[in-house]
Design a protein around this ligand. Structure first.
Ligand code: AMP
Length: 121
């Protein structure tokens, strides 16, 4: 499958549509989900053109991989849901059809701010 440059997160990355930004650096952009499923529902996306986690894991550079994981850590600290605060959160990535992925640009959902409940419903 080829990366679709017209997906909504690609448009957000290009600044063509707005987002409620939480954090940005050379590797990632983080913003609030438009349809929050929990008290805190943030998204973290890599700046590179990757469809999903499989695509990222096979093609991303080591720098991009480190940048993504470190970026998630910065975001959860900023949101005050990291283990430093004694709270915690859930990170989730939907992959392709069976995973229920809607937007074909790799993204991690961060859920927190309250107990997030069962792992899968
Ligand atoms: P997924 O089903 O894992 O692909 O999740 C896509 C997520 O993107 C959903 O939780 C949507 O609510 C969210 N979403 C879609 N469009 C936007 C947008 N313009 N800004 C922020 N979040 C969005």
């Amino acid at each position: 499958m080829k990366y679709d440059d017209n997906n909504i997160f690609a448009k957000i990355l290009r600044g063509e549509i707005p987002c409620e930004k939480i954090y940005e650096d050379d590797f990632i952009l983080s913003f609030y989900d438009i349809n929050p499923q929990k008290k805190i529902h943030a998204l973290v996306i890599p700046k590179g053109k990757y469809i999903d986690l499989d695509d990222f894991s096979s093609r991303a550079t080591p720098e991009e991989m480190v940048g993504l994981l470190k970026g998630i850590n910065v975001v959860v600290k900023k949101l005050e849901i990291s283990t430093d605060t004694g709270k915690g959160y859930r990170v989730l990535s939907n992959i392709s059809e069976h995973g229920g992925q809607e937007v074909p640009h790799l993204h991690f959902h961060l859920f927190g701010g309250e107990k997030v409940g069962k792992m899968v419903q």
